[in-house]
Design a protein. Structure first.
Length: 380
C-alpha cells in the first residue's frame, strides 16, 4: 500500500500563490530547520521556519534550541535534528531524521507554466491519494475491528470449547460413576436375593420351632396354673402360721409378765431369807443372857422358834430352783438351744425360741424375758 505523507496536507494550489514568494526556508544556517525522516519505511519532511511549520500544518512549540513539539491531528511529534518521536498511532516510536541544507532545501520564486501544470497534476494525484488513503484507513480500521472481533470470537470459541470439553469429561465421569453404581446395585440385588432365600429357610425353621415352643408354652401355662394353686394354698398356710405366731407372741408376753412377777417375789423372799439368816448368825454370836425367872425363859422359849418357823415358811413358799432357769449370769445359750431343739415343739415355736435365745446372747437385758419364754414353752 502506498503511503501518503500526512505531514504535508497542504493543497498544492497554494504553491502558486505569491505568499510563498520570497526568501528561501533556511536550513541549519538560518532560523529554520528542514528534516527528512524515515518513518515506518516512508520518507517524510518537516520544514520549520521562524518557530512555525513552513506549510502551516499543526501547532508548533519551541522547547529549546533545535527542539520542537508538533501537535497535528491529535498526534504529538517531538522533533530535534537527530530524529522525531511519535507518541501513539501506527507510527509510534523513535524515527531517525537527516537535516537538509543548501540547495536541497525549498527555494522561492514564481513558478512557470510547466510547473503550474505539474502542480495541478500533482494536486489531483494528491486528492486521489488522499481519497485512497482515507479508504485504506477505513479498510484498515475495519480490518482491525474484524481482527479484534475474530480474536474475541476465537477466544469465546476456545472458552466454549474448553467448557464443552469439561462438560464432556464431567459427563464421562458421571457415566462411569453411574455404571459403577449400577454394578454395585446389581451386586446388592444378588446379595439381597441370597439373603431372602436364607431368610425363607430360617423362617421355615423358626415356624417349626414356634410350633414346638407353642406346645411347650401351653404345657408351662398348665404347670403355672398348678403352681398358682399351690402358691395360694401356701399363702393360706402362711396366713394361718402368722395368726398362730401372733397368738404365741401374745402367750409369750403373758408368760413373760408372769415370770417377772414370780422373779420379783422370789427376789423378795430371798432378801427376807438372807435377813433372817443374818439375824440368826448374830444371835448365835451374842453372849448368853443372864438367867431370869422361869416365866421369862418359857416366854423366850415360846418366842424363839418364831424366826425359825418363819424361815421354814419362807423356804416352803419360795419356789424351788428350776433346772431350766437360765437367767442371770448362769445363762448358757448353747444349752438352751440344745433343749429347744430336743423338745417337741412346732417349727414356728422352735424358730421363735431360737431367735429369742440368740437375741439374749447378744443382749443380756433380755435374759429374764427369754428365760420365762423357755420355761413356759418347755413346761407345756
Amino acid at each position: 500500500m502506498t503511503r501518503v505523507l500526512s505531514c504535508l496536507p497542504l493543497a498544492l494550489s497554494l504553491l502558486s500563490s505569491t505568499a510563498l514568494a520570497g526568501p528561501p526556508v533556511q536550513g541549519a544556517d538560518g532560523d529554520g530547520l528542514v528534516l527528512d525522516c524515515q518513518i515506518n519505511g516512508q520518507s517524510e519532511r518537516f520544514a520549520i521556519s521562524d518557530g512555525a511549520m513552513a506549510d502551516g500544518s499543526g501547532t508548533l512549540q519551541v522547547l529549546a534550541e533545535d527542539l520542537y513539539v508538533l501537535t497535528r491531528d491529535g498526534t504529538t511529534y517531538v522533533i530535534d535534528p537527530t530524529g522525531v518521536q511519535i507518541d501513539h498511532g501506527p507510527d509510534q516510536g523513535k524515527w531517525d531524521c537527516v537535516e537538509v541544507t543548501g540547495e536541497a532545501a525549498l527555494t522561492g520564486g514564481a513558478p512557470d507554466a510547466h510547473m503550474m501544470a505539474r502542480l495541478v497534476e500533482l494536486e489531483g494525484e494528491v486528492a486521489n491519494l488522499s481519497t485512497a488513503l482515507n479508504a485504506a484507513r477505513g479498510d484498515r480500521q475495519a480490518a482491525i475491528l474484524m481482527r479484534d472481533a475474530a480474536s474475541g470470537a476465537r477466544d469465546a470459541a476456545a472458552a466454549e470449547l474448553a467448557e464443552a470439553q469439561a462438560e464432556i469429561e464431567d459427563l464421562m465421569a458421571r457415566n462411569a460413576a453411574q455404571e459403577a453404581s449400577r454394578a454395585a446395585l446389581r451386586d446388592q440385588l444378588a446379595q439381597a436375593e441370597a439373603e431372602l432365600a436364607a431368610a425363607e429357610t430360617q423362617l421355615a425353621v423358626m415356624s417349626s420351632d414356634f410350633d414346638g415352643l407353642l406346645g411347650t408354652f401351653l404345657t408351662q401355662r398348665e404347670r403355672i396354673a398348678e403352681l398358682q394353686g399351690l402358691l395360694d394354698e401356701a399363702r393360706a398356710n402362711a396366713a394361718e402360721a402368722q395368726v398362730e405366731m401372733e397368738t404365741l407372741g401374745g402367750d409369750l408376753n403373758a408368760a413373760l409378765a408372769r415370770l417377772a412377777v414370780e422373779q420379783a417375789g422370789r427376789a423378795e423372799a430371798e432378801a427376807e431369807l438372807s435377813a433372817l439368816q443374818a439375824g440368826l448368825e448374830q444371835n448365835d454370836d451374842a453372849p448368853a443372857p443372864e438367867e431370869e425367872p422361869a416365866t421369862d425363859d418359857s416366854a423366850a422359849s415360846d418366842a424363839a422358834p418364831e424366826p425359825e418357823a418363819a424361815l421354814q415358811d419362807d423356804a416352803t413358799t419360795a419356789p424351788e430352783p428350776d433346772p431350766q432357769d437360765t437367767g442371770g449370769a448362769s445363762f448358757d445359750a448353747d444349752a438352751a438351744l440344745a433343749e429347744v431343739n430336743a423338745a417337741d415343739l412346732s417349727p414356728i415355736a422352735r424358730a421363735a425360741l431360737v431367735a429369742a435365745i440368740e437375741q439374749a446372747r447378744a443382749n443380756p437385758a433380755m435374759l429374764q424375758e427369754v428365760t420365762q419364754r423357755l420355761r413356759n414353752a418347755l413346761s407345756q
